[in-house]
Every structure is written in structure tokens, then in C-alpha cells.
Design a binder for this molecule. Sequence first.
Ligand code: SF4
Length: 439
Amino acid sequence: MSKNKKVETFHISTYGCQMNIADSSTLASSLITRGYRRVKDEKDADLIVLNTCSVREKAENRIYGRLGEIFKYKREKPHMKIAVVGCMAQRLGDELIKKVPHVDFVLGTDRLFELPDALEGIEGTSSVMTAFGHENIDMIAPVKDSDYSGFVTISRGCDNYCTYCIVPYVRGKEVSHSADYIVDAVKKMVDEGVVEATLLGQNVNSYKYEDTDFPKLLTRVAKETGIKRLRFMTSHPKDLSKRLVDVMADDPTIMPHIHLPVQAGNNRVLEKMGRIYTIEHYMKIIEYIKKTLPYVILTTDIIVGYPTETESEYEETLKVVSEVRYDSAFMFRYSVRPGTVAAKFDDDVPEADKIRRLQKLIKLQQGISYEQNQQELNQIRFSLVEGYSKRDKNKMRARTDGNKTVIFEAHGLKNGTIVPIRIKAADAFTLHGEVVEPN
Ligand code: SF4
């Protein structure tokens, strides 16, 4: 096959967080607008894009593995182009092409939307671009994640510099998009049939554009766009305000789910993590949320075995988990991430202790998740149909207002339909129910 054959088709694989999913959708939309055709199988693509994550070393190693596999296609199709975009591209820049010379484009988190220009050799572009700028971001039409749900990125970057986190170095300083742009983006999605939108940012609570803060933005989106279900993520405990909770209580369009990463239960460890809040402050917010929202699902992120964390400090994390009673949690044991402040700390908690601490935490949380799910029994939860159950083709899958997965017997319901489901059974991970007539 000729090296000069034109690139006509593309495939994007996305790794990491929902911000990356949103970015991939936007990138796909800009490639389609320029006449490129999306294909389902990467073997059929002339352009393969890997939108990457840098949060853990494992995530980057996986990309190197994928690049090795993709190289096989390139040998058969010399005209094929490979682009690595997103966080890993941002972190490594030139170094990535030096390590893997068959990669054609390395575009960082603020430059990935310039891929169509770079592909066509438009003046001012090059094969490696990692400078921060955010200039083009509002110019690109937002796109749907599926026929019925979509993500809208409301801010990019982060100013918090938690000591374990690479994000501020790969996504740059926080920049908020205009409220009008966000409202318009959601309206367009609604016109195309979207019923559920998620507003995304590394720290949505510090959103600020002119005189609009996050509670004001959420109110505008809920009231002005016609969206049926509205979610947001992720929240930072230092910025989540009572006003936000009040706005959630006032508007049933905003789904009753708050993901509020606690990370640790001890103040010294929180300070070492650079989290800028105390556990007392965190618990006060939780108290206000529970008092104000009659039904709310709380989820969190936790790291155990942070450098210098003692056994008794770790026990304080368990205490917080028992007190808050999260519905679910993402739980990790600390591992060194090159490029972060914490990489300079002495990683002094023995691996065996980290594993033991994590296992004990997971066991505790699973028991609580089970008990929390038992509270759902006999309740009717309005749930968004998302397709058939992966395990049982006689059942369908939906997401409750609180963001829990519910499996129920049904056939042929259209994805994106919102149905009332009575919860009949529950384990620690999933609810099971049946569709009922609305009251
Ligand atoms: S708030 Fe902290 S953990 Fe979250 S993206 Fe910013 S630096 Fe990373």
C-alpha cells in the first residue's frame, strides 16, 4: 500500500477519566466535521488516536503496550498515522516520539483539538504540540456521549496541586468556560435527544466565569436548557459550598449524587497530601448535605499507605468511612507517580502494610455499600435505561437518580427512557428491581 494514500478513516481509544471521554467525543466531532469517517475497528483506521491518562504508571505502561500492537498495522499500511494525545502526551512531549518513533503526533491536553490541522499540515501546527493555551476550546461543538447522554467540560486544568497528583502539570491552570457557552452546549444536546448531561471539571466547585459561580451555573443549566437529568463531577471539599447543596435541594433536575473525595481521615496526612481542608471541615459539609438532601448518594476516593501514614492515622480513615457511610468508594494504595511532589517523599510504608490496609478498607466499605443498598429496598427509583444486562440478555440495565446500577426484567425499552423501578433486591454492587407504574 502506498505511503501517500490519504487518511480517510479514524479510530479513537480513550483511557482514564471522564474528562478524557469528553475530550475524545469533541475530537471525534471535529474530525467528522473535517470529512474523516469514524470506524469501529482500529484495524480499518488510517488514523489511530490514543487519548491517554497519566494518573498512574500502569496507565502509561498500557499505552506503550498498545503502541507495540498498533505498530503491526502500520507495517502493513505505511500511510497509517498514529497520534498519542492527552495527559501522557503532555507529560512526555518529544520524549515519547524518541522512545516510540512510529508515533506521528504527540498532542498535549490543550492541543489535541488541533489534530485535524496537524494531520493536514496546516501552517502553525507541528507533530509535537504541548504548550498550554486553551484558546480553541470554546470553538469546538460539544458532542454527545451516546444518543441519550452527554458530557460538557465546564473548566479545564486545576490549581490545587495535591502532592500525589500529576493533573495540574499535564492539564495546566484552571480556566472556566463561559456560562453562555455551557448553557448553549447543553441546549444543543437536548435538541438532539439527550436527557442526561454531566458537567465536568477537575474541581467543578471552583468554577468561576465573570459573576457566575458553580451554584449559579448549575441553576442556569437546570432551568434554561430543558435537560431532564443533570450531574456534575468532581467536587473538592474545600470549595463545595452550602449554596450548592441548597441548589440541589431546590431543583429535582439535579441528581442526588455527590462524589466528594476525602482521600484520608487524618489532618496531618491531608496536609501532606496538599488537600487544603481538615477532616472536621469535611465532616461539616457531609453533615450539611445529609441534613439538607433527604435522599443523597455519597461516593468518595481514598488513598491508603501515603508516605509517613502511621497505623493510627490510617485507622482514622476507617473511622471516617464508618461515620459517613459512603454508598461506594474508589480505593487505592499509594504508589509513586513520577513528576509529582510526592515522588520526592520517602515512600516508607511497606508494601505489605499498604496491601493489608487497602484490603481491610475494601472489606469495610463493601459491608457499608451492602447496607446502604438494603436501604433502597421497596423504594421507587426513576432510572435511565442504558441497554441490556451484560450477564443476562433477558434483563435490562439502568442507572438510578443516585447513579446506582439497577438490573430489571424487560425487553425492548429504548435506551435513554426514564422508567420508575421498584427495588426488590440488592447486593453490595448492584440493585435489582422491576418496572412499576408511576405514582
Ligand atoms: S484537585 Fe488535586 S487531585 Fe484533583 S485534579 Fe486537582 S491536583 Fe489533582
